[in-house]
Design a protein around this ligand. Sequence first.
Ligand code: ADP
Length: 458
Amino acid sequence: HTRHPESNEQIEKVLESLRLDDEKLRQVMQLLEQEMDAGLSPATHKNADVKMFPTYVRNIADGTETGQVLALDLGGTNFRVLLVTLLPQSRVELTSKIFVIPQSIMLGPGVNLFRHLADCLLDFMKKENLVKPGVRYPLGFTFSFPCKQEGLASARLTSWTKGFTCAGVVGEDVVNMLQTAIDEKDINVQCVALVNDTVGTLMACAYKDPNTAIGLILGTGTNACYMEKIGRVGTWDGDYNEPKQVIINMEWGAFGNNNRLNHIRTKYDEEVDLSSVNPSKQIFEKMISGMYMGEIVRLIILDLMQQDLLFIGQRDGYGDYRTPLFTRGGFYTKFVSTVETDEGIAFANTRRVLEDMGIRNPTFDDCAIIQHICKNVSKRAAKLSGACLAVIINRINKPNVTVGVDGSLYRYHPRFKRNMEKCMKNLVNKNIKFKLTLSDDGSGKGAALIAIVADRFQ
Ligand code: ADP
């Protein structure tokens, strides 16, 4: 027999805690707006959960930039060196090379990390024939770790994340450390800008679409940045000359750290948080991004199994606690995309995923329920990020606003974008037309653009 999951009241009751109607979303929007103002005001900045760091990037690239720039992109285990050639009419040529950061460097002294980056840069430049006397290339440094910026080319690391623990870097100016390593090797390069990945994404999109005013990342983590009026940035310590604007790196993943989102958090969110390496931090991020979404799905599956609502009558054989289903992190976020790609009743992808999880003969009902769980979890994530984008778009309040987006969750999930847009249509003010654009060349290109603009004004 077959049964539609929506018709099962008990399952619906479990999933009800994940549902967000427009009223709840409007509450979240109001809370975010308050937190944004708190982050921007010197009196409340210290205790605000959304830090709203000014980036010192004041202009978007306008497509007239030309020349050659280098960029470094450090944000995970892979490290990329890029040569970006900007040609007339917004044409861009990219050459890049990926280098591995060995574990010994990730855990060793900071000086060695920056020496390693300089070595990779030199290696790349030799191959590309860029080591020449009399030429000094500007360089943009995408460094996706939390930093308090003190200038375009000056930023202090506030803490390491993503498995890095290099000693002697927290509290230091990372641009200084990089430049010292570059100068030690006599490389003809000047680091002129440090760039967060959200800012790089905004810039890369703005190069093609001048209405771009927001950069969004939906990958391992989530974060956003946007162009703010300087008069609204109480923490601003730079000049008030034209253009009276600056890009704000929101660090919005920390929204909810002050318990502001408790009314929409579920027991699954609490469990994900408690078992993480940073409990009670990055609360918003843990409800949304790639590092956590699959785990939320896994916890719901286990809960339904416990209540005898899933894999009914087939519990024999599922008692093997070494299977991925019973292992923390065992349900990857990419599986959510795979499961949701199934259409119709065959559930070929879902069956494959469940087999990978250690479940041998799922029924039609089981597959339908698993897909239903995935849809609810990813839809909540899309609605939350969409509602928070709507706050920024309404705040910018221009007739056309484009959002540059990057990250594997947004890129590969079959309906994340559609779900975001659907909910944003109700929440964005009617006088504004918005557009979500996938950033094609990523933040490395953006960093290069920022570097070339900075170099021009130096
Ligand atoms: P990063 O954010 O570290 O720069 P990515 O943008 O590639 O890198 O994001 C990596 C995250 O994306 C991982 O947490 C992973 O779970 C998630 N991810 C990878 N592939 C997919 C997919 N097909 N669907 C949804 N999420 C995915």
